[in-house]
Each structure stands twice: as structure tokens, then as C-alpha cells.
Ligand binder design. Structure first.
Ligand code: ADP
Length: 613
């Protein structure tokens, strides 16, 4: 080995010299004092010097003390102890800046001793960059694959899994490794009813041919739950067109399936209800042609569904009820009323007969005004109407027939009483008095029967007139309360007049019922308080007594027809007073209710809207 600085070889056959001079690798020979003895042109060039400028200087002088001590010295030392070594590291060069270099050290022995170290240094920066890029892109793909929400797999051409995404565990409860270890696992966990279909699909999947294919099937997950899987697979090929198996995507659509199933079931239920229900049902946009009618509706009106589809509600409505129906349809179309509206009305059947129906309408909203339609439900009220008419007739006949002999009894008993009184026959006069009292009671019961029947039929006219409620109450009390009882009444009212428009006779009757009941159903020495008040747009009238009260479960019933409390049967009355009172209050657009506590007393209250007509 030449001890002096290197010079380009002049002999073209000096192959070693040629390689040394033209090598792109950086080559240097160092002695044990870490002094450069030979460097090739590439080495010198990299440091921005000529070989002659480097030879003779130490490594530390060339690369700096720090780099020498930390990176180079420990390895060179090993080299001088006879060990070859390779390492990679970043070095900064004056010409190119930081470069990633692979450094190899070879010991050169002279006899037994290592006298020189040869350094062959190769620039790895570009490889390092592409290696890093590869690593990074692999990492990207790994992240994309491993973090897919759906369960993705790549089934190799030999039928074993090359890749299964970890998300399979979320869907199936089984880990990716369990699928790769057992290629039949998918078939095994398929729902027994779907297993054959899945096996067939997978078998076909193993053949090369085919486009993307899909299959919906159920699996039983590890925790025993049934899950719906939407599976799509397609063949995969490398760049050269070699078939590499199938890529499959599996999506859990159990939730959608349940919603769909629920929807289908509820549609089916609705269809069955629609078809089989004894209530007539028809669907139509307000006032337009019918779209659908169920068999019950067709039967009620005697038309077929086809015939009804060419008709509107006007064609089947009784002419006398049309104007009310038209108003109702307009309010529906305007959206003033929406659901569960009930009206009783008459229809004309195909054969011309009158059909009484109770109509309930529910609006079925759509996305646009055109889609809004009403579901009308019709109950056959013909029989009920007939019964009501019969009952009305019956009540009016009975009342009439009873009142005629009763007025004879009252007339004759009155004559008898005055005769007996003038003859001073006291006991007989008293008996006649009790006959008269009973006859009057009977008369008022018959009146109640007639009145309730009239109010129910709606065949009465309301005569509203302005009234001062305080005055109306006083005159009612004067008429129906005896002077002995009157001392029990307390009146509380605002200082000014409380005026309102009511039907004097009927509303007076309602008030009289509350006052007489309060007196009747409380101890004869207890007070009855009547309160008048004005709250917002309403007038409140309350009649409070200190009687036995009404049990909570009976309270909602006291306003029903013929309701009489079991334990008070002995008191006079037939249980129509509060029923009539409620009908009158409701006809005035008001509300009536009771608040009562057993043993403490009851308060009956009326709220009437203040209206001016
Ligand atoms: P009746 O003719 O029986 O009085 P009502 O319709 O006026 O009929 O009253 C119905 C029932 O309500 C009565 O039988 C009675 O049991 C109960 N009731 C009405 N008012 C009162 C009251 N102020 N206190 C307790 N119970 C009452």
C-alpha cells in the first residue's frame, strides 16, 4: 500500500486504481492516529476539497471534533481492534448538506496488527427516502384497512384469508385471527337458514369469473345475537392482471332491517285493520275523490270501491247536512282542525236510504299540501239514532201521559186541601198537603225527563240575553229556596256588576240545581257559600257546601245521566239535575266540575266564557 497521497492512475490497465478513482463510493484509508492516508476523488469532492488537501489531516479536523467523537471514533476504534462494521448515519457535507450515508469499516492488517482502516462510504439518501416513503405508504394502507368501519376481507385465490380487518370483531364477536386461522368460520357462523346460500356464494367466489356480487344473509354473532350482513365482493388483480382472489365488504344492517321489518309489519297491520275492521274507512284529500275505501265503508253506503273512487264526500252526504259538512271540510283543508274530529251526520246510500254515521277524521300529513289526506272512519249510528228517536218519543209520550193525570191529582188535591182547611180538619188537611208535595215532586221529575230529552236532541233554541249574574243568582234563590233555608246562603261577589249573555231561563235552572243540591246534601244548619268571580275572559261561579262530600271515584260520574250516589238514594231526585246542568253549561260554551272531600263538603264550579253576541 502506497503511503503517500493518491493521484489519478495513469495506467489504463491499473484496474484497481481506475475503480478507486472513478468509484461513486467515498473511500478513505486512515492510520491508527486517525490521520487520512489516502482518499479517493469522490471522498474529497464530497468535502469540497482535493485529495491532497485532505491527506495528512485528522478525521476530527475534517468532520469536526463532535461528530468524530460521537459517531466515528467508537467504530474506528473497533475497526483497529480487527472488527469490520457497518452503520448508517446522517452526515452534513459542505457541498450537499445533510446526507444519509452507509459507512463500512474494514481493518487492513500488516502482519498481525491492524495498521489501517479502510472506510467505504455510500450515499443512501435516495434509498432512505424511498424506503421511508414505502414505509409510510404501507402504514397508510394499514391504517385504512385496519380502521375500516365495515368488515373487509381479502380472500386469496386458494380460499384462505390474506387479510381480515379487525372490525370483523364488532360485527361478529370473532377476531380477525380467528377468520384467518379458520377459512370456514364464516360459513359456520352463518344463520342455519342462510348457511347453504352463503356456502354456495363462497364456492362461486373461489372461481375466478364474475363481476362484483352481493348477498344479504344473517349470522349468529359470538354472543348469540342475530345480525343482518350486507355482503359485496369483487375479484382483485395485480398490475399484470393476475387474479389474486376476492375482496369482500360486509356491512351490518341489522338496525335498518329491523326498521324495515317494523315498517312492513305496521303497514301489514294497517292494511289488515283497514280491510277487516267493521268500522267504515276511507282515505281522500279533503273534498276530493276518494282514493281508497274499505269493505265496511262500501257496505255501509252500498257502493263498490271502484264506484267510490269516482265520487266525493258531497255525492254521499245528505243534502240537509251538506252545508255543515262543507264548512268542516274547508276547516280541515285550511288546517284549522287536524285530528280526531267527531261529528254525527247523515249520508245517502246508493239505494236512497238515509244512513246515520258517526264520523271521525284524522289528517295524514304528507311532505307537500297535495299529499295531505284525511282518513275518515265511519261508525254505523243508524240503529243508535233509531233508538234515540224512540227514546225521545217514549219520554215525550210518557211525560205527556203522566202529566195529564198528575195535573188532575194536583188540581183535586188543592181543592180538597182548601176545603179541609176551611172546615178546620187539620190532620186531613196535612195529609192532603203531603199528597200535593209528592205530586209536585213527581211533576218536577217529569219536567227533568222532558228537559234532558229536549237538550239531548238539540231541538231547542237558545235565547241569550245580557244579564247581571249577581241579580240572576238572587232571583233564582228567591224562586227555589224557602225563607227558612235562605238564611244558610252566603253570597260573595265583586263590587261591580258581572254581566254576561246567557239564556236566562235555562242558565237560571242550572244555577238553581247547584244551589238546591248544596242545600239538600248538607246539614240543615250548615252554610252554603256562592262565589262569583271574573278570571281573565271567564266568569267563575262556585257553590260550596259543608256536606258529606263525594268520594273521589264518584266525582267524574255525578254529571252523567241518572247518576245517583248509592248511599244517598233516600234523598229525593232521579239523578238528572247535574246532567241537565252540564248540558246547559256546555251549550253556553262553558265547563263544569266538582271539587270535593269526604266529610268536608263539595264545591261545584262553572266557568263561562264572557261573550258578546
Ligand atoms: P239528584 O236528582 O239525585 O239530586 P243530581 O244529578 O242533581 O241528581 O245529582 C246526582 C248525584 O250527585 C246526587 O244523587 C248526589 O248523590 C250527588 N250530589 C249532587 N250534589 C251534591 C252535593 N252538593 N254534595 C254531595 N253530593 C251531591
Amino acid at each position: 500500500m502506497d503511503d503517500t497521497e493518491a493521484a489519478p492512475s495513469s495506467d489504463p490497465l491499473d484496474l484497481h486504481g481506475l475503480l478507486f478513482d472513478t468509484s461513486p463510493d467515498l473511500i478513505a484509508v486512515l492510520d491508527s492516529q486517525f490521520v487520512f492516508r489516502i482518499v479517493n476523488p469522490a471522498y474529497a469532492r464530497r468535502h469540497g476539497r482535493t485529495p491532497g488537501e485532505i491527506v495528512g489531516s485528522t478525521v476530527a479536523q475534517l468532520v469536526g471534533e463532535d461528530v468524530f467523537r460521537e459517531t466515528i471514533f467508537p467504530r474506528l476504534e473497533r475497526c483497529f481492534s480487527g472488527e469490520s462494521s457497518t452503520y448508517e448515519s446522517w452526515f452534513t457535507y459542505p457541498t450537499l448538506g445533510p446526507r444519509y450515508m452507509e459507512v463500512r469499516y474494514y481493518p487492513l492488517r500488516n502482519d498481525e496488527q491492524v495498521s489501517y482502516a479502510v472506510a467505504v462510504i455510500r450515499d443512501f439518501t435516495d434509498q432512505k427516502a424511498s424506503e421511508d416513503a414505502l414505509k409510510e405508504s404501507k402504514e397508510h394502507y394499514r391504517i385504512v384497512a385496519d380502521f375500516t368501519y365495515d368488515w373487509e376481507h381479502w380472500l386469496g385465490a386458494d380460499g384462505t384469508y390474506i387479510y381480515v380487518s379487525p372490525s370483523c370483531e364488532r360485527l361478529t364477536g370473532y377476531r380477525a385471527a380467528e377468520f384467518t386461522d379458520d377459512p370456514e368460520l364464516l360459513e359456520k357462523i352463518a344463520h342455519p337458514d342462510d348457511r347453504e346460500m352463503v356456502s354456495r356464494h363462497l364456492k362461486e367466489e373461489h372461481s375466478v369469473t364474475g363481476e362484483a356480487r352481493s348477498l344479504d344473509f344473517r349470522i349468529i354473532s359470538r354472543d348469540g345475537e342475530e345480525r343482518w350482513i350486507g355482503h359485496v365482493c369483487q375479484p382483485v388483480y395485480d398490475r399484470d392482471g393476475h387474479w389474486l382472489g376476492w375482496r369482500g365488504s360486509n356491512r351490518d344492517f341489522t338496525a335498518q332491517r329491523r326498521v324495515e321489518q317494523g315498517l312492513r309489519e305496521s303497514e301489514e297491520k294497517f292494511r289488515r285493520v283497514f280491510e277487516d275492521c267493521p268500522i267504515g274507512m276511507v282515505i281522500a284529500p279533503p273534498g276530493k275523490h276518494f282514493l281508497q275505501a274499505n269493505p265496511a265503508f262500501c257496505k255501509m253506503l252500498g257502493y263498490t270501491e271502484q264506484e267510490l273512487k269516482r265520487m266525493t264526500v258531497r255525492d254521499i252526504t245528505h243534502p240537509d247536512d251538506w252545508s255543515e259538512s262543507r264548512d268542516f271540510l274547508r276547516r280541515l283543508a285550511r288546517g284549522d282542525i287536524s285530528s280526531y274530529v267527531i261529528i254525527d251526520k247523515r249520508y245517502i246510500r246508493k239505494n236512497g236510504e238515509v244512513f246515520w254515521g258517526r264520523l271521525t277524521v284524522t289528517m295524514l300529513g304528507g311532505h307537500s299540501d297535495e299529499q295531505i289526506r284525511g282518513l275518515a272512519m265511519l261508525e254505523d249510528m243508524t240503529e243508535q239514532r233509531k233508538n234515540e228517536q224512540l227514546r225521545e218519543q217514549y219520554v215525550s209520550f210518557i211525560s205527556h201521559d203522566l202529566r195529564a193525570p198528575l195535573s188532575v191529582v194536583i188540581g183535586q188535591a188543592s181543592i180538597l186541601r182548601s176545603r179541609l182547611s176551611s172546615q178546620r180538619a187539620k190532620p186531613e188537611a196535612a195529609r192532603t198537603e203531603s199528597i200535593l208535595n209528592s205530586a209536585w215532586r213527581m211533576n218536577s221529575m217529569i219536567q227533568d225527563l222532558q228537559e234532558s230529552s229536549r237538550l239531548e236532541s238539540g231541538k231547542w233554541t237558545m235565547h241569550r240575553e245580557p244579564a247581571d249574574l249577581g241579580q240572576l243568582l238572587s232571583s233564582v234563590c228567591d224562586q227555589v229556596v224557602s225563607p227558612e233555608q235562605k238564611v244558610r246562603l252566603r253570597m260573595e261577589q265583586p263590587s261591580g256588576p258581572t254581566s254576561i249573555e246567557v239564556d236566562h231561563e235555562r242558565f237560571g235552572r242550572a244555577l238553581a240545581n247547584l244551589v238546591t243540591n248544596a242545600l239538600k246534601y248538607s246539614p240543615s244548619d250548615s252554610p252554603v257559600t256562592i262565589t262569583l268571580d271574573r278570571v281573565g275572559q271567564e266568569v267563575l261561579i262556585a257553590v260550596a257546601d259543608q256536606g258529606a262530600g263525594i268520594p273521589l271515584d264518584e266525582q267524574p260520574l255525578v254529571f252523567d245521566r241518572f247518576y245517583r250516589a248509592v248511599h244517598r238514594k233516600k234523598a229525593e231526585g232521579i239523578g238528572l239535575g247535574l246532567y241537565i246542568t252540564r248540558l246547559i253549561v256546555e251549550a253556553h260554551g262553558g265547563r263544569i266540575w266538582v271539587e270535593s272531600k269526604e266529610g268536608e263538603g263539595s264545591t261545584f264550579a262553572i266557568a263561562l266564557p264572557i261573550t258578546t253576541h
